[in-house]
Design a protein around this ligand. Structure first.
Ligand code: XUL
Ligand code: MN
Length: 352
């Protein structure tokens, strides 16, 4: 592979993943099939595979946080921040896990129960404190259960006020914290309230500090919405609000698969790398984040192969992006010869 000049600061893209990406293989139909990997052992994997950013849920960072005092939570987060720094790792973001507690059965910020809404808000504010103690500026909001199974259950107009209200309280909790909304159209809900990046950014602009609210786009989530991931990324990049990505892949409209980046649709993956690289993604410190799961069939010894594979596919596609004949492309566009352009792209991807 020819050495292509990378665009991010420091000359290289920086990669991240979350500890949940090394999974035990449980699915709704069967129990775990691999042994759990202790967190400390997971941390060792990062450098080995060429990753430097760690994505966190609040309770990945501080397990059992619902049963700890505020001071204990912050103290443990601080200690973890030091461990990360000692290992040359950076905490990319922290995301409140608002979908497992009995108090979030009917949603978090949009629950119909005011006590449950309070729980969700308190947990989101605690997440801000955890991020601060860890040394990260970024909060990711995947609004897992903010939605409905039946439309009549909630007021789809009022929920926007509740979501923006919660975002405003999080912004007020810390002067420099940033919030990245990760849209997803369904699963676990039948219909989610912030299904696309357009929805997410329109709420961002309504917040008290729009400069501190942006987006994280996950490939699979966009495919589930029936849209094109590179177009969604381009939309957010135009708004200067693509602050992270969860690259993976998704084979059509089914459960959220979190497959290897490029594993389903190479051309779709090529176009994601192309819009990112063309826009100088990474220059402001953004990570190339992955959210990938290995197959249930994977043996214990290969439990991180999907991370290595997805990163490699990104790098190979980056080379394809940078060696694509842009002059020929411009001429074909000028001639409105899109059959010719199709051939140029596909032959390039096939190495023909
Ligand atoms: C869910 C999903 C989450 C978020 C972080 O589909 O992608 O893992 O990325 O909460
Ligand atoms: Mn994700």
């Amino acid at each position: 592979m020819a050495k292509a000049k990378t665009r991010a600061a420091g000359g290289k893209y920086r990669f991240s993943f979350g500890p949940w990406n090394i999974s035990e293989g449980a699915d709704p139909f069967g129990p775990p099939v691999r042994k759990p990997v202790p967190f400390a052992k997971k941390l060792k994997v990062y450098h080995k595979l060429g990753f430097t950013g760690v994505q966190f849920h609040d309770d990945d960072a501080v397990p059992g946080l619902d049963n700890l005092s505020h001071a204990q939570v912050v103290n443990r987060a601080r200690k973890l921040g030091k461990i990360l720094a000692d290992n040359g790792l950076t905490p990319e973001f922290v995301a409140p896990r608002l979908w497992e507690s009995p108090k979030t059965i009917d949603g978090g910020f949009t629950s119909n129960d005011p006590g449950c809404r309070r729980y969700a808000l308190d947990r989101a504010l605690l997440t801000v404190d955890i991020a601060d103690a860890l040394g990260s500026k970024n909060i990711v909001l995947w609004l897992a259960r903010e939605g409905t199974y039946i439309r009549e259950a909630k007021n789809a107009r009022v929920v926007n006020e509740q979501i923006v209200g919660a975002i405003n309280k999080m912004l007020a909790q810390h002067p420099t914290i940033r919030i990245m909304i990760e849209p997803k159209p369904n699963e676990p809900m039948d219909q989610a309230y912030v299904p696309t990046i357009g929805h997410a950014l329109s709420l961002a602009y309504l917040s008290d500090d729009p400069d501190r609210v942006g987006g994280l786009i996950e490939t699979a989530h966009v495919v589930l919405a029936g849209l094109d991931p590179s177009d969604e990324m381009a939309f957010a990049l135009f708004h200067k609000k693509l602050w992270s990505v969860h690259l993976n892949d998704q084979n059509g409209l089914k459960f959220d698969e979190d497959k290897n980046f490029g594993g389903v649709d190479l051309r779709r993956a090529f176009n994601q790398v192309r819009v990112l690289d063309d826009a100088g993604y990474g220059r402001n410190g953004e990570y190339v984040g992955l959210d990938v799961k290995t197959f249930r069939t994977t043996k214990q010894a290969d439990e991180t192969a999907h991370l290595a594979n997805s990163k490699r596919f990104f790098e190979l596609l980056l080379h394809k992006v940078r060696t694509f004949d842009r002059k020929a492309e411009a001429q074909l566009i000028k001639d409105r010869d899109y059959e010719g352009l199709e051939r140029l792209v596909v032959e390039h991807l096939l190495g023909a």
